[in-house]
Design a protein around this ligand. Structure first.
Ligand SMILES: N[C@@H](CCC(=O)N[C@@H](CS)C(=O)NCC(=O)O)C(=O)O
Length: 229
């Protein structure tokens, strides 16, 4: 199998990390996002969305990091995607929440508009409004993650062992390191991220992203708002 990916990409990292941890035989094929390789053939014909990652398994080609994680875990019969109907439903629930709720506010409203010129809104007023929205909604989402989804004994979302929801969610939460998000107000999240960072091969996959985040340090980014409870 081949995974077309880039370790700076939040959608690539959890898939790469899970592949290494699960011992899945998958070649990582780097796509240089800075040079725009994702927008040119041959990659753009494989994924017309021009986004990484994409997985090739023989003549089967698929995209979407959440779906790829499920496919790889199923194919390798890995317990990180439980077979039990209700446990699996819980993993799906968490992955959908991270992907469509948490990531939308945190990634697309708070972080990306501050990092990438093509995410900047067309007027200062619209830009300001987007970031204010992202600050408040992200803080609310962190509170739900901390007080609800991570309220169990842990150290992972669903107990003693990480599921693919942990790999997926941790990649999104740590994206905040680019803008200097402080997790101090969310102790359960802080503990959970520490547990994920202690996993074997975290460093192997995340070191390039860490370098990217370090290169941004000191810039005047806006981070999380305050939740009034
Ligand atoms: N929903 C997609 C999102 C993929 C995505 O947004 N990839 C980003 C990196 S995190 C990308 O390839 N960006 C390149 C670009 O915007 O040109 C997934 O989960 O796989």
């Amino acid at each position: 199998m081949k995974l077309y990916c880039n370790p700076v990409s939040t959608a690539s990292r959890p898939v790469m990390h899970f592949c290494i941890e699960a011992g899945i035989d998958c070649e990582f094929v780097p796509i240089d996002l800075m040079k725009g390789e994702q927008r040119r053939p041959p990659y753009s014909t494989m994924n017309p969305n021009c986004l990484v990652p994409a997985l090739q398994d023989g003549d089967f080609l698929m995209t979407e990091s959440s779906a790829i994680l499920k496919y790889l875990a199923d194919k390798s019969e890995h317990p990180a995607y439980p077979r039990d109907l209700k446990q699996r439903a819980r993993v799906n629930e968490l992955m959908d929440w991270f992907n469509t709720g948490f990531y939308r506010e945190y990634g697309y409203h708070l972080i990306y508009p501050q990092l990438f010129p093509h995410h900047k809104r067309p007027s200062d007023e619209a830009h300001r409004g987007t970031i204010d929205w992202g600050k408040d909604k992200s803080a609310a989402a962190f509170k739900i993650l901390n007080d609800h989804y991570l309220a169990g004994p842990g150290p992972f979302l669903l107990g003693a062992e990480p599921t693919i929801a942990d790999f997926f969610g941790a990649a999104i939460v740590t994206l905040g390191e680019t803008i200097g998000v402080d997790l101090g107000a969310y102790p359960n999240v802080e503990r959970w991220i520490a547990a994920m960072k202690a996993r074997p091969s975290w460093q192997e996959i995340y070191s390039i992203f860490d370098g990217f985040a370090a290169s941004l340090r000191g810039q005047p980014f806006e981070t999380l708002g305050t939740v009034v409870s």
